[in-house]
Design a protein around this ligand. Structure first.
Ligand SMILES: Nc1ncnc2c1ncn2[C@@H]1O[C@H](COP(=O)(O)OP(=O)(O)OP(=O)(O)O)[C@@H](O)[C@H]1O
Ligand SMILES: [Mg+2]
Length: 298
């Protein structure tokens, strides 16, 4: 296909074909991002498909995915480029003793001695890529400022080499779990997408997509239970990733219903805090024993 979506529908269908079920706003932003040439900031709770959206966009547009995983202390050397010191040293050692310094210097600060990191790679590749800057909230504000420069100019200046300008514009996605507030300057330059937990119907489709052999009734009940659990005041509510895992587990275990005993045996797949486990067992377990089962029968 073309490496850009022509309409919102095409974005939704394209993502759907590669296994990503997008809602209305996700399809809209995916369409606009490439058209407007703007980065997208994707925020939302853990496990709602932020990272997967970038991967799916890369598959759908057949663009290469270049990923920068952020962490505390990430610096320019790991994000932009660094010089290959070892290779430079070897080169210096192998030069004849009478070679002038100027000559050696020109040589060792050439492209052959440069290690390209994700940001430099994303702007210097020939074909437009998808650049995923994952978990930007883990870095500090200085890094964000540096990133702003790259994202607004699409060029990187290397003192020893000169300015590297983008051949093509990558489609840029930044994700954040909101562990710190991002700067207004960054937000201003981005389209914003808030990804939340999906509706029952959409989550059901996602679970069925990832566990196609799971019985329809069980899948529906599983998703309903997940939604019920999310409405409790938990430390860490189950995400889409956990719904999928639970579906696959129930399939493997050959469960023929999602009842109290199944929940109790498999609960640690969906909730992962001691206190959450207790709360779910108490509130949801009891409901499954009578409430939900009664409602389904009636
Ligand atoms: N809309 C969707 N369609 C299909 N699969 C989805 C969708 N949303 C999420 N998933 C699945 O849910 C799982 C979790 O998604 P992902 O890793 O992208 O979450 P995340 O938001 O990046 O989480 P975190 O904040 O923990 O990094 C993946 O296996 C992904 O395939
Ligand atoms: Mg992620």
């Amino acid at each position: 296909m073309n490496d850009e979506f022509q309409s919102i529908e095409e974005a939704r269908d394209g993502l759907g074909r590669v296994g990503y079920l997008a809602d209305e706003s996700t399809a809209l932003v995916s369409f606009l991002a490439a058209r407007l040439g703007k980065p997208v900031l994707v925020e939302g709770p853990a496990g709602v498909g932020k990272t997967e959206l970038a991967k799916a966009l890369s598959r759908a547009t057949e663009r290469r995915l270049i990923r920068l995983q952020c962490y505390e202390g990430l610096d320019e050397a790991k994000a932009l480029y660094e010089w290959n010191y070892r290779k430079q040293l070897l080169r210096i050692q192998s030069e004849a003793a009478d070679t002038g310094w100027q000559e050696v210097k020109e040589d060792i600060f050439g492209e052959d001695f440069l290690l390209s990191r994700p940001l430099l790679t994303a702007i210097s590749v020939e074909e437009p890529a998808v650049l995923l800057i994952d978990e930007i909230d883990k870095t500090d504000q200085e890094f964000e400022a540096m990133l702003l420069e790259v994202l607004s100019d699409f060029q990187i200046s290397i003192p020893e080499l000169g300015v590297v300008e983008a051949h093509t514009r990558p489609l840029v996605l930044l994700t954040s779990n909101n562990s710190r507030e991002l700067t207004e300057a960054l937000k201003r330059r981005c389209l914003y997408l808030w990804l939340d937990y999906p509706t029952v119907e959409r989550e059901l489709s996602i679970v069925k997509l990832h566990a196609p052999d799971l019985d329809e009734q069980i899948a529906r009940k599983l998703v309903e239970v997940i939604h019920m659990i999310r409405s409790l005041d938990l430390k860490k509510p189950p995400s889409i990733a956990e719904s999928i895992d639970w579906g696959r587990a129930l399939l493997l275990l050959g469960a023929d219903d999602v009842d109290q005993s199944v929940l109790e045996r498999t609960m640690s797949i969906i909730v992962k805090h001691r206190t959450d486990l207790d709360l779910v067992a108490e509130r949801v377990g009891v409901k499954l024993a009578d409430g939900l089962a009664g409602r389904q029968a009636g």
